[in-house]
Design a protein around this ligand. Structure first.
Ligand SMILES: [Zn+2]
Length: 600
């Protein structure tokens, strides 16, 4: 799929080409999934419960049941699948978005076991209570990247591929850009989401300094990151800045999304998009600094090469832009300073921190007193003049706050340190938490809006503010499921919980909100569908038309229709909007789960 307009914000010059691309794909492929066909009221499953299970003493254990059956159940039974342990408890009726629910909590159950819940004759998927329910998924999900490797043979998956990558779009010149990862359910190599993979892998390594037997090994993490970086280093231009993609498709179409003959100079060679974005340079600099840290001592020439590349991207760029651009540059500043100790990186980090604080809304705007603390970006009024409206990004909603946490942890003597922490707390307490409290699932809506930007349902919040859980479907052709939004949000909550815990504070409320975002991905959703292949039950068949199922792969996930009600293709329509694999979902899942391991 074409990420370009998505990753650079909705709308813009590339939207029309995205539309053309998707329409062309639709005409050539299976019938389009009809998002009007949503889960029928009263259909099973009514039970929404995370299929993995729960850690005994980290996070709440919550049961959510749609209150649609007649008569309504008043209690649930929980039993160990090995008798005789069982108990019955009452259900509580609650109102909220997505309709009335019956809910119950069993957080006090810490006894390890494999359990099942029964509500009104419906059985849940069996689930564990054990310490490693999340952690044991990490190795499988890291393995997703091996399936996506490009430029090498992957036994059981595909033969050696794309040894002829690629020729410049602008000059036609061949430049060796072999390596990296296919990004999604296709064969393209976008930089933004796949550089994120590298950053995530090295954060898993950082989060699990003493791996257990079930964990991905450090060697596995290092080998995988180095495979990705083979390609990333080749994507740096002579001026230090970084190209946008290989095989993204010329003119926004799908023309480069194919296997090739591996022979340079033949007609099927794919193209390099030599466009350069601030954010990609910032992510590149972040990753290269981290690579230098982990390879120092083991392979010094390689560590030197990575650091030199990251520093060159830093020097060549303006380090200005949106809240998201600034956030990634702040991440780069932290990692480059951590690698080199040079004061110049610290000074620039402090400046970026100030600029990020200036883009946070701290007062109650738009005629309401319910939420504040979100980041802002300029958008046009109907009159054409600009106003600061809530920052919206379906992949990176937590990045500005994550960058402030990284600054806080990197510069213990900084004068603004208290402001950075307060800003994150304000964001979570007065924006994220009140938004998540509006449904029994505790799902964080993906967008806060001013008014009704397109002809469809925007749920009223307060004053002029509205929200949607899922992306608008009539605003632009391009919309999809929100698993990156959920993973990135869980990561932010987990990092703040860990920060507070490390300081002797109470991080529990943030941990308790982090897990429901991941639980939704793992089956605690209206479809009772686990959206990672190889875990849980009722997994949709993925849109993955070149290699099929990838264990540990996470699909785009549940999206919404015009009414902002959930939709998911469970009818084998090969729907890319909800069922295509995509790197950022896996990246944020890995980074979030490994962070949460140390946050309780
Ligand atoms: Zn390939």
């Amino acid at each position: 799929m074409n990420r370009r307009s998505f990753l650079s914000g909705l709308g813009g010059a590339s939207t029309l080409s995205v539309i053309a691309s998707r329409r062309a794909a639709a005409q050539a492929g299976p019938p389009e999934f009809d998002p009007v066909e949503k889960d029928a009221p009263g259909a099973t499953p009514a039970i929404a419960l995370n299929h993995l299970g729960f850690r005994p003493r980290a996070g709440k254990k919550t049961l959510v049941v749609r209150a649609t059956a007649k008569p309504l159940a008043t209690e649930f039974e929980l039993r160990d699948v090995v008798p005789p342990f069982k108990f019955k408890r009452s259900l509580e009726k609650t109102e909220g978005d997505f309709g009335p629910f019956l809910t119950a909590e069993f957080t006090d159950l810490v006894r390890p076991g494999i359990y099942q819940i029964n509500v009104g004759g419906e059985r849940s998927v069996p689930f564990f209570i054990r310490e490693d329910v999340w952690r044991r998924t990490l190795a499988r999900s890291v393995g997703y990247y091996r399936y996506q490797r490009c430029g090498v043979a992957v036994p059981g998956v595909h033969a050696v591929c794309h040894l002829d990558d690629a020729r410049r779009r602008d000059t036609g010149e061949h430049v060796d850009t072999v390596g990296g990862w296919h990004d999604a359910g296709d064969l393209r190599k976008w930089m933004d989401p796949t550089v994120l993979n590298g950053i995530s892998l090295l954060n898993v390594l950082r989060n699990l300094p003493a791996p257990r037997a079930e964990d991905p090994t450090h060697q596995q993490l290092l080998d995988e990151a180095r495979h990705g970086n083979l390609y990333f280093l080749k994507m740096q231009d002579k001026d230090g800045r970084v190209w946008h993609d290989v095989a993204g498709g010329v003119n926004g179409d799908n023309s480069d999304n194919h296997w090739t003959d591996n022979i340079i100079g033949t007609a099927d060679d794919r193209y390099i998009n030599t466009k350069k974005l601030e954010r990609i340079a910032a992510m590149f600099a972040t990753l290269e600094a981290m690579m230098a840290q982990v390879f120092r001592g083991a392979d010094d020439p390689y560590a030197d090469r990575c650091l030199e590349a990251g520093a060159r991207a830093w020097t060549a760029s303006a380090r200005r832009g949106s809240a998201l651009d600034l956030a990634w540059w702040a991440m780069a500043a932290c990692e480059l300073h951590r690698t080199t100790g040079k004061p110049a990186f610290r000074d620039e980090a402090l400046r970026l921190g100030r600029d990020l604080l200036a883009l946070q809304n701290t007062s109650f705007a738009f005629d309401q007193k319910l939420v504040r603390g979100y980041w802002t970006e300029p958008s046009p009024r109907p009159s054409g003049s600009l106003q600061q409206t809530p920052f919206y990004n379906i992949v990176y909603p937590g990045l500005p706050a994550l960058a402030l946490i990284n600054l806080y942890e990197s510069f213990p003597a900084a004068a603004d340190r208290g402001k950075w922490k307060d800003a994150v707390k304000l964001h979570l307490d007065e924006f994220v938490e009140p938004m998540a409290s509006r449904s029994a699932y505790r799902l964080i809506p993906s967008g806060l809006y001013v008014g009704r930007p397109s002809p469809e349902t925007y749920r009223p919040l307060a004053g002029q503010l509205t929200y949607r859980y899922f992306m608008p479907v009539n605003k632009q052709f391009w919309w999809q499921g929100i698993n990156s939004h959920l993973g990135c949000s869980a990561l932010l909550l987990g990092q703040f919980a860990r920060l507070l815990r490390d300081e002797g504070g109470d991080g529990k409320p943030y941990l308790d909100l982090a897990y429901p975002q991941l639980e939704w991905i793992m089956g605690a959703n209206p479809f009772g569908a686990c959206l990672m292949t190889g875990e849980g039950m009722k997994n949709p068949y993925p849109h993955s038309r070149f290699v099929g199922l990838i264990p540990g792969g996470i699909m785009n996930g549940i999206a919404g229709n015009a009414e902002d009600e959930p939709v998911l293709d469970q009818a084998y329509m090969i729907d890319w909007r909800t069922c295509e694999y995509w790197s950022p979902h896996v990246a944020f899942y890995l980074w979030a789960v490994s962070t949460l391991e140390n946050a309780a």
